[in-house]
Design a protein around this ligand. Structure first.
Ligand code: ADP
Ligand code: MG
Length: 287
């Protein structure tokens, strides 16, 4: 391997907005056989918006007040929605984030739960005949969260995040390069499948807890495949480290960028197949 051709390759990549941390990562990129992409903020823009809310005003007030304590993008969407509706936020006495499931808070002396089915199950909240509504939101690609106040179901808040315009083309190119493309998400199976369909991904691993993401990467490696992980979030960092090549989204968190081997500026997914092309070209020059 000539150091010169690697320098030329990393330089060319950098000019396009692909920042390799070292030449060895550029050399290894051409060996990739599988690529795992996080959903929120990687395939989607990561700017979710509330599209539906089935509860009453009190439920919205308690729900939004509780979510003020959360740093999750879903929480941001709910707070923005309530602000737009000119809801008066109230003080939160207690707040607990339950990673991968939702939140529990005490607001105005009431227990507020917001999250997925698993959360409601764990707290023995009966959602009655509302499962149907939930499924309906999910098959439309929305992330639907259940709300319970003092142990009683009080409505659903549905949030949608749009895919990046260039995502379908990027996925198409990766497949043409012979890579197996996989989507990995903490979101539920149906929502994940709906988003995957929009971008042309068939292989989906959903309902993955933040601490399980790295294990999923290891499982693919155990099949003898060289795998890349693409992510933007704090909870993607262990998987980015585990993967043969970790690719951070430039618009993502500092933690993800630090954990990765490569950063793609602006989160432009087309830069991933481009990085692979540059790696192949570099290797050709070496041999
Ligand atoms: P993702 O991989 O899409 O970022 P997470 O693992 O963070 O997903 O969360 C998984 C699920 O847990 C969400 O789809 C949602 O149902 C629930 N959840 C997480 N955080 C919150 C929150 N702040 N409020 C309500 N629900 C939440
Ligand atoms: Mg993400």
């Amino acid at each position: 391997a000539t150091p010169t051709s690697i320098m030329v390759g990393t330089g060319r990549a950098a000019e396009s907005g692909i920042l390799f941390k070292g030449g060895e990562h550029l050399e290894r990129t051409h060996q990739l056989e599988a690529i795992v992409l996080d959903k929120t903020g990687t395939i989607t823009k990561g700017k979710p918006e509330v599209t539906d809310f089935t509860g009453d005003e009190e439920a919205l007030q308690l729900l939004a007040s509780a979510e003020k304590g959360s740093e999750h993008p879903l929480a941001g969407a709910i707070v923005a929605h309530a602000t737009e509706k000119e809801i008066d936020f109230v003080d939160v006495d207690e707040f607990t984030a339950i990673p991968g499931h939702g939140i529990e808070a005490k607001v105005s002396g009431k227990q507020v739960l917001v999250g997925n089915r698993k959360l409601m199950n764990d707290y023995h909240v009966d959602i009655g005949a509302n499962e149907e509504k939930l499924v309906d939101f999910e098959i439309n690609g929305k992330t639907a969260m259940l709300i319970a106040i003092d142990g009683k179901y009080r409505g659903i808040v549905a949030v949608a995040d749009t895919i990046k315009e260039t995502a379908p083309q990027a996925i198409k190119e990766l497949k043409e390069q012979g890579l197996e493309v996989i989507m990995l998400t903490g979101d539920n199976e149906r929502t994940a499948q709906a988003i995957a369909k929009q971008v042309g991904i068939e292989h989906v691993i959903a309902q993955v807890l933040p601490e399980e993401k790295a294990d999923k990467v290891k499982e693919i490696q155990a099949k003898g495949k060289k795998v890349a992980m693409v992510g933007d979030g704090v909870n993607d960092a262990p998987a980015l480290v585990t993967a043969d090549i970790g690719i951070a989204i430039g618009t993502g968190t500092e933690v993800a960028i630090e954990a990765a081997d490569v950063t793609i500026l602006g989160g432009e997914l087309l830069l991933i197949p481009k990085a692979i092309r540059i790696s192949h070209a570099t290797i050709k020059n070496i041999r």
